[in-house]
Design a protein around this ligand. Sequence first.
Ligand code: PEP
Ligand code: MG
Length: 840
Amino acid sequence: MQNNPNTTLITATAPVATGTHGGRAKCLQRLVRLDLPVPRTVALSFSAVHDIAQGQLPDIAAIVGQFEPTALLCVRPSSEDPDWGGPGAVLNIGMNDARFVELSDRMGAEAAAALYLRFVQTFAIHVARLDPDVFDEIEADGREGLRQSLRAYEDETDENFPQDPGEQLAAVLRSMARAWEGTSARLLRQAKGAPADAGLGLVVQEMIPGLGQGECGSGVLQLVEPATGLPQITGRYLSQSQGRDALGAGAEALYLEKDPRGVSLEDVAPEAFAALKQHAALMREKLREEMQVEFVIESGRVHILDGVRVPRSARAALRIAVRLAEDGIIPQQEAVMRIDPHSVNELLHRQVHPQAKRDVLTTGIAASPGAATGKIVFTAAEAQASAARGEPCVLVRRETSPEDVRGMHAAVAVLTERGGMTSHAAVIGRGLGLPCIVGASDMEFQTKARMIKAPDGRVFRTGDILTIDGSSGQVLAGEPEMMEAALDDSFQTLMAWADAERDIGIRANADTPADAQAARNFDAQGIGLCRTEHMFFEPGRLTVMREMIFAATPSGRKAVLERLLPMQREDFVQLFRIMEGKPVCIRLFDPPLHEFLPTTRSGQRELAEALDLPVSDVTRRVEAMSEYNPMLGLRGVRLGVTVPEIYDMQARAIFEATLEASRKGEPVVPEVMIPLVSAKREVELVKARIDAVAAAVASERGQEFDYRLGVMVETPRACLRADEIAACASFLSFGTNDLTQMTYGLSRDDAGRFMSAYVRQGVFPEDPFHVLDREGVGELLKLGVERGRRGQPGVTVSVCGEHGGNPESIAFCRAAGFDYVSCSPFRVPVARLAAAQLAI
Ligand code: PEP
Ligand code: MG
């Protein structure tokens, strides 16, 4: 039979491969090659199993002939990837009345009956497809349980229980092969990424019973703790048991290593335990992986039945990879490749514990990862009050606006009804590292009435406890158990290895000193985007800002801006100091001015008081400034052209801060960026004024300094005209949020309402605000880079939209020749790892 690759006795040299016989068969061959005590095993290939499903059995007698005539057999699935699942194992094939009598003499009647009973019931349910209820009535075990089970089988099938081992094996193989080809199994594995034609192999293995005289039993052992990845022998062992019984709920399993809490395998069978530990260490070293060892002890002797990768949490995966590399078992590069960059998110934030019970109310868009629990509040002011009382709160809004930023700072998490991946709440949430769910449109938001209603009718009001899982998008009732962030040594080590490979720069989008500090902590190479408008929402500044907006004349406006100047200057000094000479790219004011004005009646009344104006004036002004399409209206460079005093003030603040921060240490070279450009002339106009401010500051202070002026390319026209625009810029930073919005004509604030329907129906493969649309927006980027470099060879090109932190989008940016990407600080490690993997 060794010559038939479809049914192969597993030996060191047999032709067994993962792609033809499945992962379990291949792993067992590796264990055989290591001379481990693996019971005799025959592997059936994918094509053999496929033939069985079609009714074409292999030579069963030849398979049975590979084993001792008295052996019992088990059959287990062996798919290419263990995650794709497969039918359950069938144990004790070969048990029949005659074997029962023989084994009763050898191991005792109870043990023999237990073996037979297990086989009869498994066979009845999984092979003969009897209803499991048939056995519910049977309460007895041992011999009486066996007698009743055999009777139940015969009653239901009108046949005797099959006695011929070959016939039993054929029936088991047929039923497992057919189960794999069934529609529900196929759909299930396809959902886990299996191809439509994924094959199943089967392994037929001699059973080591685990029951009988002396120390007998079965269990699993691993050398690490699966949740943390820390070295620690973990697992379970159950005397007088088979298969994975030791893992069953309620099983009175023993500890493995000596343990003060109770009896261990080491106590009852010290030699077997020592051998087992040695085998496990050898498997780790030679299979280059932390393995879960499935074993049986038979009269004190160890047998290794199987080895599978230890199932693990994200943090355990990282620790395991780093320790394998540190122990010289795998190269560092391989350790870097083994970690899924998306999973790094789990390490940077608190998470709902994987084993915690989840009371899911609804699922929205997972806009900013991490989980937090708090009392519900419905306004920014309530959030601030709650924070002042030291009570963690979840800010619930229909959507957020700049007015809510202070409330977001005070909250532990944010939930909104509207919005998508680049809506206000999402962008700010990610920037702050604040768990955030947007677009939870299945919930009813009655924020005025201070209540939300879940789809199942449950109502939550101010003060009720909610948990936001921004990693999965689930809104949970109550307070599930949490798991803390894990930025430990292993994390730092892996990141350092990743940086050694990476060939595209990673900066952070950081608006405040706290953001900048987070960017440094995550080893960003600089700030790629500082959205300066966020600095105006600090308490005390908003009113001055509003005064500036209300100023009737340019000179009146200038006077108010002079009050904002020192505040801005101090912001920039802090940023420069924190970044210690790393580049800082400051974007000039971008949003429509009316975003700073109060929308509510009471807010307008307060502003009227502060400005000493009639409320009607304020209301009229707010109305006059509102736009139908503000994101396409008077914002970005359009403000720079029409209300130039704002940019003048910001430029002065940047340059004065430059000189201030350069006094100690290396000279700072700030990068000043103009947003929302669509025409070269806009850049020329703004550049002329900024150059003039720079010259004025240099002459007033008697000190020269350098700065770089760049353009944000975020309109389709700027991409098309990038050559002439780049001619007046030293860098181009592509704002893929606005560029996606304008390329699709899709509102970044409203698209959340129908995005899931669009993705579900395959209109978009993914949310284009989340994963860069290579075909459309990507074409514009490529064209923009190529034309930009044509207009100004050596111009620095980067992406600073939210896509900068998305692994798939980074792959595109690297291939398209971008110098760096910039993303929220908390996504920097994800980006560093993803970029390293692209370079390996
Ligand atoms: C962008 O549009 O991609 C961008 C980074 O700017 P913002 O998100 O502030 O509009
Ligand atoms: Mg933009």
